[in-house]
Design a protein around this ligand. Structure first.
Ligand SMILES: Cc1ncc(COP(=O)(O)O)c(C=O)c1O
Length: 355
């Protein structure tokens, strides 16, 4: 019976491997450093007096708050259920299933591929170059065959950021051909690397953002696409009618006030300070082969024997993200920057495992 039902699903859904999110993979322990979440949680108030009403389509306080924070016009902002929804929305808006393609640059964030597969859209893979930067020439050469190029910076998991001159050339070459998406989910941890100012010159650029990382609000599922008014207009046609639950809008607009942004900035400063200290310690450990350039709230580490590290830390209740099965990331583990106590426990555990 159930196999007959399965056959009713679209063929690409039958064959789909869902995204292996940290929550789906699971784990046991009390130090959770596997989902690039913030270690602390803010305080918010909720007004429940209008929960009987449908929420605004695009809550004005959130849109205006994010536009002011990002330095763009409110007309250039759409808010979505996490940046993940924006990824799928872009594919559904700009790609014809079974006909069109997106281009991704592995190793990178997995949801571009899963969303394209879900929508029945082809995926062209152009590997990151030897330094794990986008191969701009190779991408440019394929612009005739793709509708969207997904770039991720800071790249999850390798931490690389984009070269603005090379990106500008790519945007010029892509005019009238393709949308270039820069996923800036972690940009608060290295704000100088943001490409948001290029939105003034390029109507084919889309910047993805989220409140899940530096703003410490992964649970509310609130993300943004920043783009030209034309692109925002097209995305607004495809997005569901009430994409932002009222409690989410209330919390997001509090996070985007001046004081909310100050709290976020202080968190980023603390995590970035911790990141440098953690990397210094990692570099002194025997058994660490390479520490990738870290620009987000995570560090990708190549060990001599990652399986041993992953399982022994797991046994101590420290849950990390294993990337060792991904091409070019053999023996690599991604470690999210947690609280001071969590990072201390992690270092102590690493030292004992690797000594
Ligand atoms: C690069 C990147 N983009 C987007 C997302 C999704 O973010 P959100 O929680 O806003 O859906 C993530 C989540 O880990 C990510 O790493």
């Amino acid at each position: 019976m159930s196999s007959k039902l399965t056959l009713l699903a679209r063929k690409n859904v039958q064959e789909l491997t869902p995204y292996q999110s940290a929550r789906r993979i699971g784990g046991t322990g009390d130090v959770w450093l596997n989902a690039n979440e913030a270690p602390d949680c803010g305080h918010y108030s909720l007004d429940c007096s209008r929960l009987n009403r449908y929420p605004e389509f695009q809550p004005e306080s959130v849109i205006k708050g994010y536009a002011a924070y990002a330095g763009v016009k409110p007309e250039q902002v759409i808010t979505t259920r996490g940046a993940d929804e924006a990824i799928e929305l872009l594919i559904r808006t700009f790609c014809e299933p079974g006909v069109d393609s997106i281009l991704i640059n592995p190793p990178t964030y997995g949801m571009y591929e899963v969303s394209a597969e879900t929508c029945g859209v082809n995926i062209i893979k152009q590997d990151l170059d030897a330094n794990f930067d986008p191969d701009y020439d190779a991408i440019t050469a394929q612009l005739e065959s793709v509708n969207i190029v997904f770039l991720c910076a800071p790249n999850n998991p390798t931490g690389n950021v984009l070269n603005t001159d090379r990106l500008t050339d790519l945007l010029n070459a892509a005019k009238g051909k393709a949308i270039i998406v820069c996923d800036e989910a972690y940009i608060e941890f290295c704000p100088a690397a943001s490409q948001v100012s290029l939105l003034q010159d390029f109507d084919n650029l889309v910047i993805l953002r989220t409140l899940s990382k530096a703003f410490a609000l992964a649970s509310i599922r609130c993300g943004f696409a920043l783009a030209s008014e034309t692109v925002i207009g097209l995305l607004s046609k495809v997005i569901p009618p009430y994409p932002v639950p009222e409690p989410v809008a209330q919390i997001a607009s509090q996070a985007l006030t001046e004081s909310g942004i100050q709290v976020m900035t202080a968190r980023v400063e603390q995590l970035n300070g911790m990141r440098s200290a953690f990397i210094d310690e990692l570099n002194q450990l025997q058994g660490v082969e390479k520490v990738f350039p870290a620009t987000g709230n995570f560090v990708l580490v190549q060990f001599i024997d990652s399986q041993k590290v992953f399982s022994l830390l797991g046994k101590q209740g420290i849950v990390l993200r294993d990337f060792s099965s991904k091409a070019r990331l053999e023996n690599c583990i991604r470690i999210t920057l947690g609280s001071v106590t969590e990072m201390h426990s992690t270092l102590v555990a690493l030292k004992s495992v690797l000594s």
